[in-house]
Design a protein around this ligand. Structure first.
Ligand code: NCD
Length: 338
C-alpha cells in the first residue's frame, strides 16, 4: 500500500505489508519519543487538528507526534468554536482549512464525516474517529502494542487469541481492530457483550470470511480463560438516547484482580483504548489491576506516539529523512523510556 500523500480513513486501506511497513517506521521513532534524539524533519509543516468530539489522548498524541517530528499544530476543538456552528458545511471547512495546513487530523461524531471532509481537502486527512464507524490510528497502535507484548512472550500476531469485551456495537476502536486482525492468520476472537451491544454482523461475517474463528458470548469469566489478550471497552454513553439507557449496561462486565487471577492464564495481557470509566457503577477495568504487570493500557498510550509519528512520516514521505536533521537532546530527560 502507498501512504505517500494519501488520506488514512479506514483500515480497509491496509494490507499486511502496509501494517508491517508502518510498524518498522514506528520502531525507528523510539529515540525521538524518548527525547534522547531530536529531529526537525517536519520543520515548517503545520498540522490542522480538528476535534469536534471529546478527546484527550488521540488529540494530544497526534499533536505531540507532529511536534516531535519538528512540525507545528493548529487546533480547533468543539463545534461551538468553529464556523460549523454558523452553518458552514464540511466541504467549505475542508477547502478553507486545507489551505492552512500540510496535513489534517479530524474527529467528528457522524459516521462517514471524515471521509466526506477528505473529499474536499487539498491535503491528506487522518481519521481520528468518525462516530461509531472507525478509529484506524487506535487500532494500529493497539495492534502495535499486541505485537510488542507477544514478542516479549516469543510469539507473533498470527494465532492470536483475543477477547473483546463491552460495547462492541458502538465502540469504533474494536470495529477497526477486527478489520486489522482479519489481515493475519488463525486469529480467534471471542466477542463478549450484552445481546443489544453485539459486534455489527458485517464485521463478524468479514472475520469469518477471512477464515478467522469468531465466538460470541455474554459471559465474561468463561470467555477470558484461554486468551492472550483481554481488550476491554467502555460503554459508549454518548451514543445512547439517554444516560438511563447506558446505565443498563454500565458495569456489566468488570475485570478486577480477583476475577483475573481466578480465570485468566498467567500473563494474559489486559488492554483498553481508554478512557476507562472509573465511576463506581462502571469500573470495567478496576484500579486494583494497576500493579498487574500485564496491564498494558499505558504502554498502549505511549505506543500511540510512535504509531502516529510513523503515520505522519509515511504520509508526508519523510520516513527516510528522519535522521538527516537529528541531534542528541541536551536537556535533562527524566529517564523516560518506551
Ligand atoms: C476511544 C474513542 O474515542 O473511540 N478513545 C480513544 O480514542 N482512545 C474509546 C472511547 O472513547 O471509549
Amino acid at each position: 500500500m502507498d501512504f505517500s500523500g494519501n488520506h488514512i480513513l479506514t483500515i480497509d486501506q491496509f494490507d499486511r505489508g502496509g501494517v508491517e511497513a508502518l510498524f518498522n517506521v514506528a520502531d525507528k521513532m523510539v529515540p525521538f519519543a524518548n527525547r534522547d534524539r531530536i529531529t526537525k524533519v517536519l520543520d515548517g509543516a503545520i498540522l490542522g487538528s480538528m476535534f469536534f468530539e471529546a478527546s484527550t489522548r488521540t488529540r494530544i498524541s497526534f499533536g505531540s507526534a507532529f511536534n516531535l517530528l519538528g512540525g507545528s499544530v493548529r487546533e480547533t476543538t468543539g463545534f461551538e468554536h468553529s464556523a460549523i456552528a454558523k452553518g458552514e458545511s464540511l466541504y467549505d471547512t475542508a477547502r478553507v482549512l486545507s489551505g492552512y495546513s500540510d496535513v489534517i487530523v479530524m474527529r467528528h461524531p457522524e459516521n462517514g464525516s471524515v471521509q466526506e471532509f477528505s473529499k474536499a481537502s487539498r491535503v491528506p486527512v487522518l481519521n481520528g474517529g468518525d462516530g461509531t464507524n472507525e478509529h484506524p490510528s487506535q487500532a494500529l497502535l493497539d495492534l502495535y502494542t499486541i505485537k510488542n507484548e507477544l514478542a516479549f512472550r516469543g510469539r507473533g500476531i498470527d494465532r492470536l487469541r483475543i477477547a473483546m469485551v463491552g460495547d462492541l456495537k458502538f465502540g469504533r476502536t474494536v470495529h477497526s481492530l477486527c478489520k486489522l486482525l482479519a489481515l493475519f492468520k488463525d486469529i480467534r476472537v471471542v466477542l463478549v457483550s450484552p445481546e443489544e451491544l453485539k459486534m455489527p454482523a458485517n464485521l463478524v461475517e468479514y472475520l469469518r470470511e477471512q477464515d478467522q474463528v469468531v465466538i460470541e458470548s455474554d459471559a465474561l469469566e468463561e470467555s477470558i480463560s484461554n486468551v492472550d489478550i483481554v481488550y476491554s471497552t467502555r460503554i459508549q454513553e454518548e451514543r445512547f438516547n439517554s444516560q438511563e439507557e447506558a446505565d443498563i449496561y454500565r458495569g456489566r462486565f468488570r475485570l478486577n484482580q480477583t476475577i483475573y487471577t481466578a480465570n485468566c492464564e498467567p500473563n494474559t495481557v489486559i488492554m483498553h483504548p481508554l478512557p476507562r470509566d472509573s465511576r463506581e457503577n462502571a469500573r470495567e477495568l478496576d484500579e486494583d489491576l494497576n500493579d498487574n504487570p500485564n496491564l498494558a493500557i499505558f504502554r498502549q498510550t505511549d505506543n500511540g506516539i510512535l504509531v502516529r509519528m510513523a503515520l505522519f512520516a509515511l504520509v508526508l514521505d519523510v520516513e527516510n529523512e528522519i535522521n538527516s536533521s537529528a541531534r542528541d537532546t541536551i536537556w535533562y530527560t527524566a529517564g523516560r523510556s518506551l
